[in-house]
Ligand binder design. Structure first.
Ligand code: ZN
Length: 652
């Protein structure tokens, strides 16, 4: 039996990534200082509120930490909770690591070190680290592919890499390395088949490879990908979920064309596939990913960028099955969309992936976190009769720490670089320094996005240098509501995006969705442009039956909704006819500061005796979707009816 304890390698320079075919490399959040109102406020909220909530839930209100303590005590105590609960500890630690970078906090770091000591004390001498099997019987470990052992390991690795990157402390990283070596020797080196039930370890191993430079972890990640689709999960994960499609195990990954099964598992898998494709240059993985992506975005994605419509399998059903009130749309799945689409952008240099990333980030994912930072949505429906409320925590608590780690590391998604190009992917007030051709280029971005479309970018090289600046011109600013033909604007806008350099219009070329500004840059150069923030009416393809005769409103990257709280308590009795005029207004006191959309609508009001209905013209107010359900339970909908046939008049 190969039971080796990993020898800790000396980590390589974090910037020296050995990615062969990766066209674009994202600038790590730790090198990006976010300072705009929209995101900085949220990052601070995560540091000050969400992370303390995660700590309290993990340590005090649930026995997640105490399971680790029990393992170390070796007194035969019982495991409490669910077999995947270890992962919540690791995800909270990962969020803490990002938060410590943004907002250094000695007390919080001490708490993290305390947890890390407990985790390390629960690791067995052969590297195995899992409280469920260690407390319930080690003879059963690695016998059930669905039991999330490798999923937990993946989150341990992600936390360890993040904590090492922030603090330089190795204890958790060394534990992660030992566990990864244990898994490598148990499976890949013995060629013992294993189809991980809940993917996650694939993407985590690529992070470990990038951090340590040890190719074994890349090989192991690749090996996990190659396990799928050959029937190795038969009788194990297939039995539990009735069909291999649930775990993306029907056909080999390279041959996959359709999105199936559990949404979060799929997103984590495909993020790992794109990572391995970037590291190995394997075109067949890349091509499979492009085809599956089209299946997701063109036929199975909500307008909010949310995915996975069904609660039954927490995932996908058939094309265009996108109900609104019963939308599952797990927060974690939208977080996964952000991960995957970033990797797809890095592989291809195409902006459409960032268009989708932005949609999922600002709508489907952000909706998972309350404005106060202490309440969460697991599912994110697009319509509510007033029964949906944000919750303090969940039995299966994957979503809270997932949205916390995403918001805390949002700096990861703003900038990217390739050998001679600086890429501006998201519009977020921030500063970074990017090395290009031996020169450091300070980039400073100023904007009130997403409320205002004006963006100003200073490009300050150490010394005069010629390079390209590629600025994403979002599809939504070019008459494309979303990639594909699932959602489209009712009207065509004539507004275009004019870009100027040092006050003079710059005739840019659009390449793969980016305005390419190719020039010699000097200190003090400034690029300015305005993205048109018009209110756009969106309709869905007729195949989505729930959205027939309905319209949604989009302004910039934000999808809007109508909520009862702004409209006399009701939101399901509204008809939005054609050709209304919209006005917008920034309300600093409302919902943390939002731009609302006001418009005339027909509101149907039943008479007090219930025998007739009156149609009244009223001004209705719409708010960004992500901000709903912050004023208690109430009616809400994104897709507003255009005809009486689709209306609910009687409802509370
Ligand atoms: Zn979740």
């Amino acid at each position: 039996m190969l039971s080796q304890i990993g020898i800790a390698q000396k980590p390589i320079d974090r910037n020296a990534k050995a990615l062969q075919s990766q066209k674009i490399e994202a600038i790590d959040f730790s090198k990006v200082e976010v300072n705009d109102r929209f995101w900085k406020l949220r990052m601070d909220k995560v540091s000050n509120v969400t992370i303390p909530v995660c700590i309290e839930q993990t340590e005090v209100k649930t026995p997640r930490i105490s399971n680790f303590e029990k393992v170390a005590r070796k007194k035969g105590e019982k495991h409490e909770g669910i077999y995947y609960d270890d992962s919540d500890v690791y995800k909270a630690l990962e969020a803490i690591a990002y938060s410590l970078k943004n907002n250094p906090d000695a007390k919080l770091e001490m708490k993290a070190d305390d947890w890390i000591n407990k985790i390390a004390a629960a690791q067995l001498s052969d590297g195995y680290l899992n409280t469920y099997y260690t407390l319930t019987g080690l003879k059963n470990r690695w016998t059930d592919m669905e039991k999330h052992e490798d999923y937990n390991a993946g989150h341990l690795i992600e936390a360890a890499v993040a904590y090492y990157n922030t603090t330089g402390k190795r204890k958790l990283l060394d534990a992660a390395i030992r566990f990864a070596d244990h898994i490598d020797s148990t499976f890949r080196l013995q060629n013992r088949n294993w189809v991980t039930g809940h993917q996650e370890i694939e993407l985590a191993l690529v992070k470990l490879y990038n951090t340590t430079g040890n190719k074994n972890y890349l090989h192991l990640s690749h090996w996990f990908l190659e396990q799928r689709g050959y029937g190795y999960g038969k009788g194990v994960i297939w039995d539990q979920w009735k069909q291999p499609e649930y775990a993306q195990d029907k056909v080999p990954v390279k041959e996959q064309k359709q999105i199936t099964g559990h949404a979060v598992r799929a997103m984590y898998l495909y993020t790992g596939v794109a990572d391995v494709a970037a590291a190995t240059g394997d075109a067949s993985y890349m091509n499979a990913m492009k085809t599956v992506w089209e299946d997701v975005v063109y036929r199975n994605m909500y307008i909010t960028g949310g995915i996975g419509s069904s609660g039954t399998n927490e995932g996908f059903t058939v094309d265009y099955d996108l109900p609104n009130e019963n939308a599952y749309c797990e927060t974690c799945a939208s977080v996964g969309m952000v991960f995957w689409n970033q990797r797809m952008n890095s592989l291809t240099g195409e902006s459409k992936y960032i268009d989708v990333l932005e949609r999922s980030l600002y709508n489907g994912a952000l909706d998972g976190l309350s404005l106060n930072g202490d309440r969460f949505f697991y599912g994110n429906p697009l319509s509510s009769n007033g029964t949906h409320a944000r919750r303090e925590w969940f039995g299966t608590a994957c979503c809270p720490s997932n949205i916390a780690r995403l918001v805390a590391s949002v700096g990861n998604y703003i900038y990217a670089k390739s050998s001679e190009v600086i890429w501006i992917n998201l519009f977020v007030g921030s500063t970074t320094s990017i090395p290009i051709k031996g020169n450091n280029i300070l980039i400073r971005q100023e904007t009130a996005y997403p409320w205002d479309g004006a963006v100003k970018i200073w490009v300050e090289p150490d010394k005069k240098i010629r390079h390209q600046l590629a600025v994403r011109i979002p599809g939504w600013a070019q008459n494309e509501s979303a990639p594909g033909n699932t959602y489209h604007y009712v009207d065509t806008s004539k507004k275009t995006v004019t870009l100027s350099v040092n006050g003079k219009p710059f005739p840019y070329k659009l390449k793969n969705g980016y305005a390419v500004v190719d020039r010699e840059w000097n200190k003090g150069d400034v690029v300015e442009f305005v993205l048109p923030m018009e209110v756009r009416r969106v309709v869905a393809i007729d195949s989505i039956k729930e959205n027939r005769n309905r319209v949604a409103l989009q302004r910039g990257p934000l999808v809007y909704c109508v909520e009862g709280a702004d409209n006399g308590g009701k939101a399901l009795n509204i008809i939005l006819q054609d050709k209304q005029l919209f006005t917008t207004e920034y309300k600093p006191e409302l919902l943390g500061g939002v731009v609302v959309i006001n418009t005339d609508a027909l509101v149907l009001i039943p008479s007090s005796d219930g025998t007739s209905v009156e149609a009244v013209n009223k001004i209705i107010t719409c708010i960004p979707y992500y901000a709903w359900a912050n004023r208690g339970k109430g009616q809400m909908q994104v897709w507003i009816p255009q005809k009486i046939t689709d209306i609910k008049i009687i409802s509370n």
